[in-house]
Design a protein around this ligand. Structure first.
Ligand code: FAD
Length: 417
C-alpha cells in the first residue's frame, strides 16, 4: 500500500505532531453580563458595524452583540460582495454614496484589510428598452452626484474584451460606475468585530435571542438561550429573521424572507477586471482575487428559510453567464450556496425607531445590504444615541408604510446586487 505523504493540519493537530499556533485572537470569547446599555441582536456586518460606531464615536462602553450562530455566518458571509451606489432616488443615492465614501477608508479605519477593490461596475443593456432604462439610470446618477458614464456597445466591448460579440443578446450599451467594486465579505465582519472588541464591546456567539421583555411601551431586555439580559436599548439586525423576531416584540415588519443563491467556478487566471451586471440575462459576475468567477442572479421565487442551492438556479446562472462570456462555458462550478434575506416590496431598507421605545431596526436590506454595511452601522449608532433618526436614514423609517412615502428601488439593478 502506498505510504501517505500528506496530512491535513487538523490531522497533525490531533496526532500531536503540530501545535495550535499561538496567534492572538481577533476578539475575546465572552459570556453575557446580566445587563448592557445597548444589546445588538445579530453579528452580521450591520450589527457589528453599529456596535463599533457606538463604541468609537459615541463613547458607549456597555454594548453587547448577540449572535445565535457564528459571527459573520449569515448573509454577510454569503454575499457576492458588490459595493455600489447607482440608485435612482436621491434618498438612496445619498445614503449609498455615503456608504461608498466610508468603504474607501475602511481598511485604514479598522486597521484591517477589507480588500475594497473599486474596479468599476457595468450595467449592460441588450436592446432598445434596456437602453432606455440605462439612460434613465445614468441621468438619475448624474443628478444625484454619483459617478456615472454611459457608453455605446462597441465602447463597452472594447473595455470588457471577452463579452460575446455575436450574441442572442447584443451588447447595446452600458453604464459604468467607475468607483463601485467589491470587498472581502468575511474581512468586513472580522475587521468590525476586532475593532469593536478592542473598544470593549462584548461579542457573544452561540447566543440566540428567543424573546423580548417589554414593559408598557418600552423594551427592557432580551431573553436568550444563555439567560435574560436587561437593556433599555435593543437593535434588531438579523436580516432574513427580522419578521419572526420583531413579532416577538409586537412589531409587524412588512418584509418577506426569501433565499438568494450565489455560485463560484474553479479559479482561472485574471479574466475580468470589473463587475458586470446584465438584467436581461439575469446574472452578474466578477472575478475574485483567488481567480474564481463569482456569480449571482435573482431571488428564489418562493419564500423560504432554507439556506440551500437548487439545480434550476444553477442552470439559469450558467445559461446567463455563457450568453455573456461563451469562453467561460467549459469552467466547472465549484460551490453554490444561499442566504436568507428580508425583502421589502419597495426594495429599500427599514432603519430607525419603532413604536416600542428603545427598540431599533436595521433590516429590509433584501439582496443589497452588504454595500450599506458601513453607513447602516454608522447612521444607526447615531440614531440609537440620540433616539431620533440620523438625517440620512430618516426616509427609510417604518412609518413610510403608513404614510405611503415609498422609495421604490426595485429597478436599481433589475436582479439582485
Ligand atoms: P446577516 O449577515 O445575515 O447577519 C444577521 C445575523 O443575525 C446572522 O449572523 C444570524 O445568525 C443572526 N441571527 C438571526 N437570528 C438571531 C437570533 N434569534 N439571535 C441572535 N442572532 C440571530 N449585498 C450587496 O450589497 N452586494 C452583493 O453583491 C450582495 N450579494 C448577495 C448575494 C447573496 C447570495 C446573498 C444571500 C446576499 C447578497 N447581498 C448583497 C445582501 C447582503 O448579503 C445582506 O443584505 C447583508 O449581508 C445583510 O447583513 P446583515 O448584517 O444585516 O445580516
Amino acid at each position: 500500500m502506498a505510504k501517505r505523504l500528506s496530512y491535513s493540519a487538523g490531522e497533525l493537530l490531533r496526532q500531536g505532531l503540530r501545535k495550535e499556533p499561538n496567534w492572538p485572537k481577533l476578539w475575546r470569547d465572552q459570556e453575557p453580563r446580566r445587563s448592557y446599555d445597548v444589546v445588538v441582536v445579530g453579528a452580521g456586518g450591520h450589527g457589528l458595524a453599529a456596535a463599533y460606531y457606538l463604541a468609537k464615536l459615541h463613547g458607549a462602553d456597555r454594548v453587547a452583540v448577540l449572535e445565535k450562530g457564528w459571527l459573520g455566518g449569515g448573509a454577510t458571509a454569503r454575499n457576492t460582495t458588490v459595493v455600489r451606489s447607482n440608485y435612482f432616488y436621491p434618498e438612496s443615492a445619498k445614503f449609498y454614496d455615503f456608504s461608498l465614501s466610508l468603504w474607501k477608508g475602511l481598511s485604514k479605519e479598522l486597521n484591517y484589510n477589507v480588500m475594497f477593490s473599486p474596479r468599476g461596475m457595468w450595467m449592460l443593456s441588450h436592446d432598445r428598452h434596456g437602453d432606455e432604462m440605462l439612460r434613465r439610470s445614468v441621468n438619475a446618477m448624474l443628478l444625484n452626484n454619483v459617478q456615472a458614464e454611459y457608453h455605446k456597445g462597441d465602447a463597452v466591448r472594447s473595455r470588457i474584451p471577452h463579452l460575446n460579440p455575436a450574441p442572442r443578446f447584443p451588447i447595446w450599451s452600458g453604464v459604468l460606475q467607475p468607483d463601485a467594486g467589491t470587498a472581502r465579505h468575511d474581512a468586513v465582519a472580522w475587521g468590525y468585530a476586532r475593532a469593536a472588541d478592542a473598544l470593549g464591546v462584548d461579542i457573544i456567539q452561540g447566543c440566540e435571542v428567543t424573546g423580548f421583555d417589554v414593559s408598557g411601551s418600552s423594551v427592557t431586555g432580551v431573553r436568550t438561550n444563555k439567560g435574560p439580559i436587561a437593556s433599555e436599548k435593543v437593535v434588531l439586525s438579523v436580516a432574513g429573521h427580522t419578521p419572526e423576531l420583531a413579532r416577538l416584540a409586537g412589531i409587524e415588519i412588512p418584509a418577506i424572507t426569501y433565499c438568494l443563491q450565489a455560485f463560484v467556478t474553479e479559479p482561472v487566471k485574471p479574466f475580468l477586471d470589473t463587475v458586470v451586471l446584465s438584467p436581461a440575462t439575469g446574472v452578474y459576475l466578477s472575478q475574485s482575487d483567488k481567480g474564481e468567477m463569482v456569480i449571482g442572479g435573482g431571488l428564489d421565487l418562493f419564500p423560504s428559510y432554507a439556506q440551500r442551492g437548487s439545480p434550476e438556479a444553477h442552470m439559469r446562472a450558467a445559461a446567463g453567464v455563457i450568453e455573456l462570456f461563451p469562453s467561460l462555458s467549459r469552467l466547472r462550478f465549484l460551490r453554490q450556496w444561499a442566504g436568507v434575506l428580508d425583502v421589502v416590496h419597495d426594495s429599500s431598507p427599514i432603519l430607525g425607531l419603532t413604536d416600542v421605545k428603545g427598540f431599533y431596526l436595521n433590516c429590509g436590506w433584501g439582496t443589497g445590504g452588504f454595500k450599506a454595511t458601513p453607513a447602516g452601522g454608522f447612521c444607526l449608532a447615531a440614531t440609537i444615541t440620540e433616539d431620533r433618526p440620523h438625517p440620512l436614514i430618516k426616509p427609510f423609517g417604518l412609518e413610510r408604510f403608513t404614510t405611503g412615502a415609498m422609495i421604490d428601488e426595485a429597478a436599481a439593478s433589475g436582479i439582485a446586487h
